[in-house]
Structures are given as C-alpha cells and as structure tokens.
Design a binder for this molecule. Structure first.
Ligand code: TNX
Length: 525
C-alpha cells in the first residue's frame, strides 16, 4: 500500500516535469524590464516567458570542444541559486521544450568575433555566435535577464522566468579594460579574482596589472629573487606588502583566460623602479642600493641607462613574465621618467622595444613612450598630455584611452570621498560616464582608438573593500562606453539602470560608494 502511494506520487512529479507532455501555459514577462548593462545593440520583446526548471538542460550545437568550457561556465552560474543540475546533453536527446541551446553554427559577419544573438521563446533559449567568446557574452546577458536571485550562492525558491524576445549584440570597441595597481598596495590572488569577475560580468576583456613600482615589486622573477624577497616586503604607508609567486600569477592569468579576459602585465621602466634599485645595488649607476620607499612621490627613480646589466636585467624580467603570460601584450610603463634625461629615455625605450619583440609580444606603454620612434603595432595608452596622444597618431599607433580626468578610478568622487586622490580632479559617477572617447581629443577618432581602459591606482586603497569603493558605481560606465553603441548611450537612461544594479552589488557583497548622483527611488541606503 505504502509502495503504491509513493509510486503514484513519483508518477505525478514526473508528469509535471515530463517534457514529452504539453508545456504548461506561460506566464507573461516583459523582457524590456530586465536591467541590461551594458545595453545591447537591439532587442525585440514578445511579452511571454521561458521557464527554467529542474529538467532544463544545456544542448550544444557545433564545435563541442569549443562549447564545453562555456557550457560548464553557464552551469556554474545557474546551479547555486536554482539548485538544478543543468546537464550538458547531445542535441539528438533534446525534448520539445525547456532547453538552453548554445549554438556555434552561425557565420554572421555582423556579430563579429564577440557578438551573439539570443532568441527566447516559450520553449527554448537559444544563444548563437560565431565563437565561444560570443556565447560567453550571451551568458552574461542571460544572467541579467533572470530574476536577480540568480546571483545568490544558495538555493532560492523563485520562479526562474525569462521574458521572450530577441537580442542582437556586439561590442563597440575591442579593448574594454581596467587596470589594478598591486604595487602601491598588494592585493591577494582571491581579491584579484573578484575584480576579474566584476570585469567579466560587465563584458570587459582586458585586465592590466601594474606589477612593479617604487614601493613594491610584486611578481617573482626566478633569476633575480631579491626583487620580491626584498623589494616585495613593503608598500605605501609601510605595510607588509607581498608578491605573487609565478604559480599564483599563472593562476590569475588562467582565471582571466577562462573568462575571455586578456591579462596585460606591466613592469614600469625606466622610472618607477625604486623597489628594483633597492633590491640590487648593481642596477644603480653608483652601485649602491637605494632605501625602500613607502611614500607616494613619483618621478625620482631611474634605471641606469648606460649599464649593460640594466638590459640583461630587463631581458630576464620580460622573458620570465612574458613566458607566463598567454596574451600577446607586454606593458613597459614608461611614464613620469623625470629622473631620466630625454635622450637617454628615447635610447632606452627603443632598446626595450627590441626585447619585447624578441619575446613575441606587442609592446604597450603610457603615451610618454611616443617620444621614441616606435614599431608599427605598438600601443600607446593616453593618460594625461594630449601632445603625447598626437605623437602616437603621427606614428600611426593605436591608442587606448585612459584620460585621467575622466577614466581614473583612483580619483575621488567628491570632496568627502573616503579614498582616492584628486590631482586630475574629482570624478563623480556622471562625469565618468558622460564623455565620448572618439571625440575627446580633437582629431583623434574612433579609427585611432582601441577602446577605453579605466586604471585603479592603489596609493589610497589597501584591500578589496576599499578597491570596490572606487570601482563601484563607476566601473560599469566604462564597460558600457566600450560595449554599447555611442548612439544608444544617454546618462538619463544609464542612471536608472545603474541605480538598479545596487541590488546586485548587495548580493555580491560589494562595498560601493553611496553616490548622490543616482536615482533616489532605486538607490536607497
Ligand atoms: C600617475 S598615470 C601615475 C601613477 C600614479 C597615478 C595616481 C601614470 C601613468 N602614472 O604613477 O599612481 O598618477 O593617480
């Protein structure tokens, strides 16, 4: 009798989820109510819904080897809050409804390398793209279409509905970046990974990591061990500092690669090198090691330009870091070299560019490097002087836009900001968003620009919470100007969407700055 009872219950449960029987009527959901950030290229809405349940599986169409990692990523995004398994299955086993389909079959020129199409019907969600990268960005959008509780890490009792309609999407710029300075204060691997997660969620794809500066050397170099053994032991304000072993750095690179984010390592030279000069007397022209510094001054240190040892050192450092870096770029800094004579600086940069090329990397530097004659393909990062950006143009170089007055995440929001500097001015949330990189400098247009990168210098921040205070709510603005088409961007519309993001940051545990510029209705403390 008892067995019969359980048998009946099991049959009922099975029937409710059996996808060979007709689908229950769909509940209306308006897709346009979803808080999409960055905004996609286009969207059409049909006001019904797709319901995700315990039998929803992921089906792959096209190159399985390429799709498997993104399917596994999708599982990891959907599983914790739903508690469902989201098995990855073969297309032939696909039931009549309730499926998520990842499809690599399109050869669509409009979508390019990173774009995707998404079609949500009452029966299925279909994300299609030319590449796994495109599918990955479709997955980021799907995260934003689901109820907000999808971001939670424990099982939630929620109806997982997505409004029906279509989305077409592809990025505005190829270089969608942020930088973290781990030299002025050291950040642990887990903290760096969090920052990478934030970039991925907003469809950014470049993570520039500033690994060495006057106050600390943060990457193990096996042939010059004292760089970290001595030069990694302090930071601004005199804390304990720290450094990444080569294994840890590789772990960061892999974590970023898995999220289609390219890591760009920076070793700043010939200035900003006091930690190196303090670690090895031989790097100094006078053969004497300097003292470690914990203040915030810049522009006082220089490698010894005339010594052969300097270039042997650089060859070793670039060689080791380049070998651990899967991306094709190597950033040599080159900024604020006031302690190096101009002719020495030019000689130095031209010599270092050969070393970078010997390591099969594309050289990148702050746009001060344009004083030298640079190889075709070198990337100049504009940060302060327009003249340098023009010099880059004159040499036909591509420019990454990081103008300090608009894109420096380490500038204070307002006079009362708890963290940040203000040498380039205050950057409230609207100022950070309301500008166009393609018209910012007269004569430098979209064709000269790879995209925007927002640097987070770390003189005034020493842990993830403090970094988050400067990142949020500004970071998504740089993501949007890089991803969303210029004609679709307006502050009024963005402000409402950004204000709604607060609920997500609360789930993520982000320590954001409570900006008064956001919409009072949705942005309450
Ligand atoms: C200028 S931006 C610097 C950094 C500082 C930053 C602080 C640049 C290329 N150099 O050394 O950390 O200002 O905002």
């Amino acid at each position: 009798m008892k067995n019969l009872f359980y048998g009946i219950i099991c049959c009922l449960i099975f029937a409710a989820c059996d996808k060979t029987i007709p689908r229950p009527p769909a509940i209306p959901v308006d897709l346009s109510e979803s808080n999409l950030l960055p905004l996609p290229v286009s969207m059409s809405v049909d006001s019904s819904s797709f319901a995700m349940d315990s039998l929803t599986s992921i089906f792959l169409e096209g190159d399985e080897a390429a799709l498997m990692p993104v399917a596994a990523y999708l599982q990891s995004v959907l599983k914790p809050a739903t508690g469902y398994d989201f098995l990855i299955k073969k297309k032939e086993e696909m039931p009549a409804y309730g499926n998520i389909i990842l499809s690599l079959n399109t050869q669509n020129d409009t979508l390019g390398q990173e774009g995707y199409d998404m079609k949500i019907t009452e029966d299925d969600i279909n994300i299609s793209a030319n590449t796994a990268v495109g599918i990955f960005y479709g997955i980021q959008t799907l995260r934003q279409l689901l109820p907000l509780d999808i971001e939670k890490k424990t099982k939630q009792d929620v109806k997982w509905l997505v409004g029906t309609g279509t989305i077409r999407d592809f990025p505005n710029y190829e270089w969608r970046g942020a930088m973290l300075d781990v030299s002025r204060h050291f950040f642990e691997v887990a903290e760096v990974k969090k920052v990478i997660d934030y970039l991925a969620a907003y469809k950014m794809n470049r993570f520039h990591i500033h690994l060495a500066d006057d106050q600390g050397w943060r990457i193990e170099i096996k042939s010059w061990p004292n760089l970290t053994a001595h030069g990694g032991k302090t930071e601004v304000g005199g804390g304990v500092g720290g450094f990444f072993t080569q294994e840890q750095y590789s772990e960061i690179v892999k974590y970023a690669d898995d999220r289609f984010i390219t890591v760009i390592p920076e070793i700043d030279m010939p200035g900003h090198v006091n930690a190196a000069l303090s670690s090895y007397p031989v790097l100094n022209c006078n053969g004497k090691a300097t003292k470690m510094r914990t203040d915030m001054r810049v522009g006082y240190s220089s490698l010894c330009i005339e010594k052969d040892t300097t270039y042997a050192f650089i060859r070793d450092v670039i060689g080791e870091v380049a070998a651990l870096t899967t991306g094709k770029y190597f950033h040599i800094g080159g900024d604020e070299a006031q302690a190096t004579k101009k002719k020495d600086y030019i000689y130095f940069i031209e010599k270092v560019q050969k070393i970078v090329a010997d390591n099969d990397k594309i050289m990148m530097g702050w746009d001060d490097i344009t004083a030298a004659k640079l190889n075709e393909g070198t990337i100049a990062q504009h940060w302060e002087k327009e003249k340098n950006a023009r010099q880059a143009m004159a040499q036909n170089l591509k420019i990454v836009m990081s103008p300090a007055k608009k894109a420096y995440l380490d500038m204070k929001y307002d006079k009362e900001s708890k963290h940040g500097l203000r040498w380039a001015g205050l950057i409230p949330v609207d100022t950070g968003y309301i500008w166009n990189p393609a018209t910012y400098i007269d004569g430098i247009g979209k064709e000269n620009i790879l995209g925007v990168e927002a640097p987070l210098w770390a003189e005034t921040i020493s842990n993830l919470d403090e970094a988050e205070y400067l990142l949020f709510p500004r970071l998504p603005g740089y993501a949007e100007m890089n991803w969303t088409q210029d004609t679709l961007r307006t502050w009024d519309d963005y402000r409402v969407r950004l204000s709604k993001e607060k609920a997500k940051w609360d789930i993520w545990g982000v320590d954001y700055f409570p900006s008064k510029k956001l919409d009072k209705e949705t942005w309450k403390d």
